[in-house]
Design a protein around this ligand. Structure first.
Ligand SMILES: C[S@@+](CC[C@H](N)C(=O)[O-])C[C@H]1O[C@@H](n2cnc3c(N)ncnc32)[C@H](O)[C@@H]1O
Length: 214
C-alpha cells in the first residue's frame, strides 16, 4: 500500500512538472534558455535521442548542403557534419548567440578539430540568409514547437530548399514544446510541403517532407 501511494506521488509530481513546464513555455514564447545547452549536449540526452537515428531518419547523406535551424549547443550538428563528409556543408543557424558560442567552444575542442564543414549563422527561422532553391536538406530537432509562427518559418524553409529538397522535423516528448505527429503533418501540408516519411515512436519521431516547388 505504501509503495503504491509512493508511486502515485512520484507519477503525479512528474506529470505536474511537465504540465507546468508546458504552460510556462506557452506563456513565455521566448527561445529555450541558453543554459540548457549543456543538458542538450549531454551523453544522457544522446542516449535518449541518438544523433545517428536522427540522421538516418532525416535522410542526411554524403555531399549534401544541409541547414540545421535551431542548432543550439550542437548536440546533433557535429554528427551531421561527419555524415555529410568533406564534400558537404552544414549551416548551423540559431537565434541565440549564446547557443552558437557553445557550439563554437565545442568545435574548438581537440576531438572536433577535423570538422571544417560547419558554418555558424546567427539568424531566425523567419530569415534564412540563403538564395532560393539552394539547399538539399533542412532539419530541426526539438525546435519547431518553439517557433511562434510555424507557417512563416515553413514558407522561408521552402524558399531555400531545392525542388525535391527535404525538410526533416524531429520532436521528442520530453521537450516541453513537443508537438504531436498529427500537428506537424498538418502544418507541413498546409505550407504546401509533400509528406515523404514518418518514422520513430510517439516519444521520439521524425517527419520528412519534400519540397515540390519548381
Ligand atoms: C530546445 S533547443 C534544441 C537545440 C538543438 N536542436 C538540439 O536538439 O540540441 C531549441 C533551439 O532552437 C532555437 N530557436 C528557437 N526559436 C528559433 C527561431 N525562431 N529561429 C532560430 N532558432 C530558434 C533556440 O535558440 C534553441 O537553441
Amino acid at each position: 500500500m505504501i509503495l503504491e501511494i509512493f508511486l502515485i506521488i512520484i507519477i503525479g509530481l512528474f506529470v505536474s512538472y511537465f504540465i507546468f513546464l508546458r504552460i510556462i513555455r506557452k506563456l513565455i514564447l521566448s527561445p529555450a534558455p541558453a543554459f540548457i545547452g549543456r543538458i542538450l549536449d549531454s551523453d544522457l540526452r544522446r542516449k535518449m535521442q541518438s544523433p545517428e537515428k536522427v540522421i538516418q531518419r532525416s535522410g542526411i547523406q554524403k555531399g549534401m548542403q544541409v541547414l540545421e535551424v535551431g542548432c543550439g549547443s550542437g548536440a546533433i550538428t557535429t554528427f551531421v557534419a561527419r555524415a555529410v563528409g568533406n564534400k558537404g556543408n552544414v549551416y548551423a543557424l540559431d537565434i541565440q548567440p549564446e547557443m552558437l558560442q557553445q557550439l563554437e567552444n565545442k568545435l574548438s575542442q581537440p576531438e572536433n578539430k577535423d570538422i571544417i564543414n560547419i558554418k555558424l549563422i546567427e539568424s531566425s527561422a523567419y530569415d534564412l540568409p540563403f538564395d532560393d532553391n539552394s539547399l538539399d536538406l533542412v532539419f530541426m530537432v526539438t525546435v519547431f514547437g518553439e517557433i511562434p509562427d510555424h507557417n512563416k518559418a515553413l514558407q522561408e524553409i521552402k524558399r531555400v530548399l531545392k525542388p525535391g529538397g527535404i525538410l526533416a522535423i524531429t520532436e521528442m516528448f520530453l521537450d516541453p514544446d513537443y508537438l504531436l505527429k498529427s500537428t506537424v503533418t498538418k502544418k507541413g501540408g498546409k505550407a504546401g510541403l509533400i509528406l515523404d516519411e514518418i518514422s520513430g515512436s510517439f516519444w521520439d519521431y521524425t517527419i520528412r517532407f519534400k519540397n515540390n516547388a519548381s
